[in-house]
Design a protein around this ligand. Structure first.
Ligand code: CTP
Length: 413
């Protein structure tokens, strides 16, 4: 079968996947998943079990993938009549979504009496990983037989994506839901990222802080947190265990990232400092307020009609990044410098003043809230400009730079 040429600048560009469907109501999500995978640049060959064809037709999956769906090991379209061999040799991975309890049982036992299980068993395990997205009723997922089978397929080298928890098609609530199409797409994208930070622990601050004046007012800034969240995601994709300390932002937590929400600079300081000694890398992307009102009123400050305006007295907030960099030994500390002009000079000045191995400069007003940015990396040796790109691509590049420096310093962590 001919494989369509994928788009190489997309996150799954250049990847060829086999998407297997076994029987389950979650098959209705597989059409959307196929859309997401192809939108992300992958070419996808769909393989369906007989049971899956009861839930969704191969016609839909053929139309969305642009390739005829394979449903039988007796399909004579392959010149050598060995679709199970050919398909698994061409694929970068096999994703079975949904993977039913019965399908997982078949794989656990090495049974290969229909096309999809045959393909999974016949795959070269080193070059064609098997990813399973379980989908079943919560009692089936919890059943001792399923537990045994899942343990066996994991021991045999398969990877599990999910399952999620929540409302089930049967009306019950619990574990066993197939992950959503976008979640599975993101799991695939993460799976193919090089594991440059495997075994490393990364702590990151992101977003603005909010310094209260009274119970309804406060001082904050225009940081959206997007760059920090993108770095958290990129580091997690690269295999790091990531903790994200976030100021008030309206962003979804990247998958598998631990998030601690705070409001003020003091709360951020109190969250970060006790944790920091256990981390290999600290990245300060937060736009921490430099000053806070000396006191926050307990009750809303009222206008009394006299025309006298309140006067606010400020005090300086602790510098979280500089405090982490003063630990002995410090994690590898990366500072951000959001400037309105003269990025290189200000960023270098922060590198020296805060004793940092790496500072990332950017033009704050030009990037706040946007999905793209351009960065200037400054260290003791020089500068490297990362031209305008989406924040996730820049984050992946920054992760590469951090990993390279950790390797260079021979960090044992
Ligand atoms: N930072 C921090 N805690 C603070 C202030 C800043 O951790 N109280 C961190 C930021 O997260 C960022 C870096 O320090 O990584 C640079 O912060 P910035 O506010 O731009 O630098 P300042 O040293 O405060 O200098 P200025 O405000 O004069 O630019």
């Amino acid at each position: 079968m001919s494989i369509p040429v994928p788009h190489s600048t997309l996150p799954l560009g250049g990847r060829h996947l086999v998407l297997g469907l076994s029987g389950g109501i979650a098959c209705y999500k597989s059409a959307e998943l196929l859309r997401e995978l192809t939108r992300a640049g992958a070419s996808v060959q769909v393989v369906m079990t007989d049971a899956a064809c009861h839930f969704i037709t191969p016609v839909t999956m053929q139309a969305l993938s642009g390739l005829p769906v394979v449903t039988s090991q007796w399909d004579a379209r392959e010149p050598n009549n060995m679709a199970h061999i050919n398909l698994s040799r061409e694929a970068d991975a096999i994703l079975v979504a949904p993977a039913s309890a019965d399908f997982i049982a078949q794989i656990a036992q090495g049974r290969a009496d229909e096309m999809l299980s045959l393909l999974c068993i016949a795959r070269p395990v080193e070059s064609c990983p098997l990813l399973l997205a379980p989908a079943m009723n919560r009692e089936m997922w919890a059943h001792p037989a399923t537990r045994r089978n899942v343990a066996q397929v994991l021991a045999d080298g398969a990877l599990l994506l999910g399952p999620g928890s929540g409302d089930q098609a049967c009306g019950e609530v619990g574990d066993g839901r197939m992950l959503e199409a976008t979640e599975l797409r993101d799991e695939l994208i993460a799976f193919f990222q090089p594991k440059l930070l495997a075994g490393k622990r990364l702590l990151i601050t992101a977003g603005p802080t909010f310094e209260p004046i009274d119970p309804v007012r406060g001082i904050t800034n225009r940081s959206s947190g997007k760059m920090g969240f993108a770095i958290a995601r990129a580091a997690q994709e690269a295999g790091a265990e990531v903790t994200l300390v976030a100021g008030p932002v309206a962003l979804a937590t990247p998958r598998h990232v631990r998030r601690i929400d705070v409001q003020s600079a003091l709360q951020m300081f109190d969250a970060v400092l006790p944790l920091a000694p256990g981390f290999d890398v600290f990245v300060g992307t937060a736009a921490v307020a430099d000053w806070r009102p000396v006191t926050a009123a307990d009750q809303k400050i009222k206008k009394d009609g006299s025309g006298v305006v309140p006067t606010l007295a400020f005090t300086e907030n602790p510098d979280i990044l500089a405090s982490v960099a003063r630990l002995n030994p410090p994690p590898f500390c990366v500072g951000f410098a959001a400037e309105s002009q003269d990025v290189a000079r200000h960023a270098r000045e922060k590198l020296v003043r805060k004793h940092l191995p790496l500072v990332v400069g950017n033009l704050g007003p030009a990037t706040f809230g946007r999905d793209d940015n351009s960065l200037l990396l400054i260290d003791a040796e020089g500068e490297r400009a990362l031209p305008t790109a989406d924040k996730l691509s820049l984050a992946r590049e920054l992760v590469r730079e951090i990993a390279e420096r950790l390797g260079r310093s021979g960090s044992p962590a």
